[in-house]
Design a protein around this ligand. Structure first.
Ligand code: SAH
Length: 342
């Protein structure tokens, strides 16, 4: 698909067809302005016909808007698969939360994204497509973009789709594209250790976010199957390497689940684990996922937990929950729209 290609690659693509280089720039502009092929007015018809197979066909098929202004978009790809992405508006700009896979194979017990396993990976151009479509929906263009920040925290495990995710990051940060600063991008992972080491060497200074959710391996194994593969120690060693290489502070996500990981003892263990590491802990009260049968800690309990962490010397805050009324909050994204469940 043509949105998988950089500007250079698109220029080569048209050159190979015997066409002048500027045609590549025109196609690039159309893609980056989120245009469907029938909205392109500056290309000759035979050329449009020639590229129509490979021109992106993703589209927004539904929008939901939350009371708090958060928007959830359902995006459909050419094979009929759908993903959800979420737009959050803040004073400083607009953050889009993109999906990296249709479904997920990590199987975390609290999350909706893996309920039906992994359907398929998204290509780099399909991840980018979510940003381009939403940017256009907000009235943005490639020159005047409305999206300022990106979080790879939708459905899927980004590091389980490593090459496409890296290519996406290079496309979305490229100067002639949306030119989004790597400092404004966060990638969240449940902790695929070898890929965290690889990521540290990509020269992309994005914020690494770890979905930790437990202070020890035993508790982590109860809710996250990946904990049987990598220990917390291995994950944190990989984080320290990431910090060394990028000088970036790592974010730790910790979803508070009643009776599972919310005790004072858990807080104390977490302090011992993270003390001295350049990190910030986000405490998220569990968001509701009907199939999962887990109970959330209250916001008050979340603030108390944060209080304990702060007293122990950690930097921590309670993450604001956005878009829960449209099932657009952390862990609520799924690919069930076509089955009418969303
Ligand atoms: N697979 C990646 C990216 C998903 S990001 C990862 O695991 O990090 C989505 C975030 O929401 C992750 O931190 C995930 O652990 C968290 N999450 C999942 N289900 C949740 C729920 N029900 N309530 C709150 N957070 C949840």
């Amino acid at each position: 698909m043509l949105s998988d290609l950089s500007l250079e690659e698109l220029k080569n693509y048209v050159n190979e067809k015997g066409l002048p280089t500027f045609r590549g720039s025109q196609i690039f502009d159309a893609i980056y302005n989120g245009k469907a092929i029938n909205e392109i007015t500056n290309l000759p018809k035979p050329l449009l016909e020639e590229i129509s197979e490979e021109y992106p066909k993703y589209k927004i098929v539904k929008r939901y808007e939350s009371k708090d202004g958060t928007k959830k978009y359902i995006i459909e790809f050419s094979d009929g698969e759908v993903v959800e992405c979420v737009l959050m508006s803040y004073k400083y700009g607009n953050t889009i939360c993109v999906s990296t896979q249709v479904g997920c194979r990590m199987g975390c017990k609290f999350c909706a994204s893996g309920l039906n396993g992994l359907k398929r990976n998204l290509s780099s151009g399909e991840i980018l497509g979510q940003v381009l479509l939403v940017n256009k929906d907000l009235g943005g263009t490639v020159k005047e973009r409305k999206i300022t920040n990106i979080v790879l925290m939708g459905s899927g495990e980004p590091l389980d789709n490593y090459d496409n995710v890296i290519k996406f990051l290079r496309l979305v940060t490229s100067e002639n594209g949306l030119n989004i600063s790597d400092r404004n991008i966060s990638l969240s992972t449940c902790g695929l250790v070898p890929e965290i080491y690889r990521l540290a060497d990509e020269g992309l200074n994005i914020t690494l976010t770890i979905s930790l959710h437990a202070p020890n391996d035993e508790i982590r194994q109860r809710t996250m199957p990946i904990a049987n593969r990598y220990s917390i120690k291995e994950i944190l060693d990989a984080c320290r390497n990431y910090i060394d290489k990028t000088k970036r502070r790592v974010a730790i996500e910790y979803t508070l689940i009643k009776g599972v990981n919310d005790s004072k003892v858990c807080a104390e263990e977490l302090i011992r684990l993270l003390k001295g590491m350049l990190c910030h802990v986000n405490i998220i009260p569990l968001n509701y996922v009907k199939e999962r049968g887990l109970t959330a800690a209250t916001r008050k309990e979340a603030y108390q937990f944060v209080g304990l962490l702060e007293k122990g010397g950690l930097s921590a805050t309670v993450r604001r929950t956005m878009g829960e009324d449209i099932a657009g909050a952390c862990g609520q994204l799924r690919n069930s729209y076509m089955r009418g469940e969303a």
